[in-house]
Design a protein around this ligand. Structure first.
Ligand SMILES: NC(=O)c1ccc[n+]([C@@H]2O[C@H](COP(=O)([O-])OP(=O)(O)OC[C@H]3O[C@@H](n4cnc5c(N)ncnc54)[C@H](OP(=O)(O)O)[C@@H]3O)[C@@H](O)[C@H]2O)c1
Length: 297
């Protein structure tokens, strides 16, 4: 397939490398002024890929957008006129809240959302490490997108495991719940994920999860509270030494994805007239920190 990756960062280049390695014609679209880029994953030989080539974008069968949630509009808006209506467009980021903009902007394209638990890290310019093997869930969000289940098989050949979801919202909510629970707390206290199991933080974690569960129920997601808490506890335990992306963003004084994680949760809570004091307080804390970074600039 002809595949363009928009947002060639850690996750984008992880996919770009594996897709190219498995015979796909992969190109990158990013913010650098280049016509080709050589990317390296772990100790493998670098692969050279076309970069910001309009013809590649126009001919793409699949466009995978791997920018951060708050970068989606800014990244895609200038590209819309070059995207053929047959191209499948798939967003792959943490958080929720970009789907309706995508549907309004590219109403005639097959549209998909994906979420991944692979870990990837930029170690140098154009060099990345695959830091954790995970699972990718994907599914369509419009009628033509829902007919693209074959994509799961295509992606599975390149970077397993990949699962097709008839209802991608459930997978996205499951991931959102884990991100709401772990990211703001680890960012606020600047601790690795495993510390949330400590007595000092655990009751706060449980309060956040209870509120997330209320919204998930109101949204029609089927998961019971004990099951959700167990999922969160498992991630805390299995990623005990990891620093969450929000912890790293806040520690490096960068904008985080809070608006598309806890912010999205709060917006759905408002739609159901639910109040979430614990999540609201965490959202305010992270926003306050981000505002101080803005003032530093
Ligand atoms: N990394 C992980 O382990 C991991 C795991 C699971 C999920 N995720 C999620 O995956 C998403 C991507 O994360 P990441 O770690 O890959 O982030 P990242 O390394 O910052 O990658 C984002 C890339 O998008 C590029 N970009 C930003 N604005 C752009 C624009 N207007 N046009 C084109 N490219 C643009 C950035 O360019 P610059 O280099 O110029 O900033 C960067 O290369 C996030 O939602 C994250 O939460 C990440």
């Amino acid at each position: 397939m002809n595949i363009t990756i928009v947002g060639p960062g850690a996750i984008g280049c992880l996919w770009a490398y594996h897709l190219a390695h498995h015979g796909h014609q992969v190109s990158l679209w990013g913010r650098e002024n280049l016509s080709k880029a050589s990317i390296q994953l772990d100790q493998n030989s670098p692969v050279s890929l076309a970069y910001n080539q309009v013809s590649e974008l126009q001919n793409a069968d699949l466009i995978i957008v791997t920018v951060k949630a708050w970068q989606v509009e800014e990244a895609l808006r200038p590209l819309v006129s070059h995207i053929h209506s047959d191209s499948m467009v798939m967003l792959m980021h943490n958080g929720m809240g970009t789907a309706s903009w995508l549907q309004q902007t590219l109403p005639n394209n097959p549209l998909l959302l994906a979420t991944t638990t692979h870990g990837a890290l930029r170690v140098a310019n154009h060099a990345f490490n695959h830091t954790g093997v995970g699972v990718t869930h994907l599914g369509g969000i419009n009628t033509s997108g829902k007919q693209c289940s074959f994509l799961a098989e295509v992606l599975q050949h390149s970077l397993p495991d990949v699962m097709w979801c008839e209802a991608i919202e459930q997978a996205l909510w499951n991931k959102l719940a884990i991100n709401c629970a772990i990211n703001p707390l680890t960012a606020k206290y600047s601790v690795p994920n495993g510390r949330l199991a400590d007595e000092e933080y655990y009751s706060q974690l449980c309060n956040v999860v209870k509120e997330v569960h209320l919204v998930m129920q109101a949204e029609g997601m089927c998961i019971d509270l004990a099951e959700l808490q167990t999922k969160v506890d498992d991630v805390v335990r299995l990623t005990a030494n990891n620093l969450s992306s929000m912890q790293q963003d806040i520690a490096h004084h960068r904008r985080s994805e809070i608006d598309f994680i806890t912010g999205y949760l709060l917006s759905r809570a408002r739609a159901h007239q639910l109040e979430l004091p614990y999540n609201q307080a965490l959202y305010n804390d992270i926003q306050r920190l981000e505002q101080t970074f803005e003032q530093e600039k």
